[in-house]
Design a protein around this ligand. Structure first.
Ligand code: SF4
Length: 347
């Protein structure tokens, strides 16, 4: 693999340049792009409409990204599948496959580990290793489609890692996923979640990609937020909401706010009213998440009753609120849990 290029990481125009550079006609790039991103082949020899000599040339200077599934857990309750996937440098990441009425959805990782340190999250527990390339993000979709033999139509960037901390590769992955000659999944079917890296929210707005932006808010005051999310020491809620207003203005898209309900921490009536005050007048949607309990962490899931009354308070004040369906509750579906187990076992 040394000195060879990862051909899956090239956007179509880059692939065209590369093909010309190796002395071939540009139109082959389109054929190759389709094989890689629409069909999802794992070797050059599967590209049957490409001449043998071109295939040999490709093999000499490029490689196809292959990612292996180390473990697949399937929920007996709802069929949700969680995958532990090995990258070519042996790092492990997670992807979750969920079936919804509106189509199959995958939750992808964007980094190996995470620097953000949110207290309720297992992904941060083993520290940060590296960011994923655009093709490693797209490759999770290819790998899972190959395994399940089912088409994926919605992508959520909500797995391990902070997407906006890996900005350029995340944008590249969206372009790969979006392309009509590839997976052809529209930006409106892509949702990107951030803990609030303010400068990159502005940057994303200016890309005008039209994907849905989700903000992991989880608290209604900066003081409380600082207790559970270290990023709150860098950016205030006000700065995040200003960036969100800009995102809405530029893209016309509604923002989704993620709020993990933690027992006795952020699940009171006062917290709900605090959220109403913050979001009033904004085109927003609140997604309440009953926080998953992680062994090592001190946080407990809010009670059914407090979740319901929190939701009712918001809805009665005109803030559209839903509770995220708990999929895969019998497997290690919470972000980072499966990878953590794997690391513990292999150290
Ligand atoms: S919740 Fe997201 S941003 Fe926070 S530590 Fe976990 S993966 Fe990172």
């Amino acid at each position: 693999m040394e000195n060879k290029i990862n051909i899956n990481d090239l956007l179509l125009e880059e692939l065209e340049e590369y093909i010309e550079k190796i002395g071939e006609k540009k139109f082959h790039a389109k054929q190759i792009y389709k094989w890689l991103h629409k069909i999802g082949v794992t070797s050059f020899d599967e590209m049957t409409d490409i001449s043998k000599s071109l295939r040999e040339k490709l093999k000499a200077s490029a490689y196809i990204l292959n990612m292996d599934i180390i473990e697949a857990q399937v929920s007996k309750k709802d069929g949700t599948m969680k995958f532990l996937i090995k990258l070519q440098d042996n790092c492990a990441i997670e992807s979750v496959f969920m079936r919804y009425n509106h189509g199959n959805t995958i939750c992808v990782s964007t980094q190996v580990g995470c620097k953000m340190g949110c207290k309720f999250c297992a992904s941060t527990k083993e520290g940060f290793e590296r960011s994923l390339t655009g093709s490693e993000i797209e490759g999770q979709i290819q790998t899972v489609q190959r395994y399940t033999k089912e088409r994926i139509s919605n992508i959520v960037y909500m797995g391990i890692g902070e997407p906006l901390d890996n900005y350029d590769n995340v944008i590249r992955s969206i372009k790969l996923i979006n392309h009509p000659m590839g997976l052809n999944i529209g930006a409106r079917h892509i949702s990107l979640s951030t803990c609030g890296l303010v400068p990159n929210i502005y940057k994303l707005a200016d890309e005008n990609i039209q994907c849905t932006l989700s903000i992991s808010l989880h608290a209604t005051t900066d003081e409380k937020r600082k207790e559970i999310m270290p990023i709150a020491n860098r950016y205030s809620i006000k700065e995040i909401l200003d960036a969100c207003r800009y995102y809405i203005k530029v893209t016309g898209r509604r923002i989704s706010f993620e709020y993990a309900l933690i027992y006795g921490k952020n699940d009171t009536y006062e917290d709900a009213m605090g959220l109403v005050k913050l979001l009033r007048g904004m085109i927003a949607h609140v997604n309440l998440i009953p926080v998953n309990e992680i062994k090592e962490k001190e946080y407990k899931k809010a009670t059914e009753k407090s979740i319901e009354s929190f939701m009712n308070t918001l809805n009665s004040c005109g803030i559209v609120t839903t509770v995220r369906r708990e999929l895969g509750s019998d497997i290690d579906a919470a972000c980072g849990q499966l990878r953590k187990k794997y690391i513990d076992k292999n150290l």
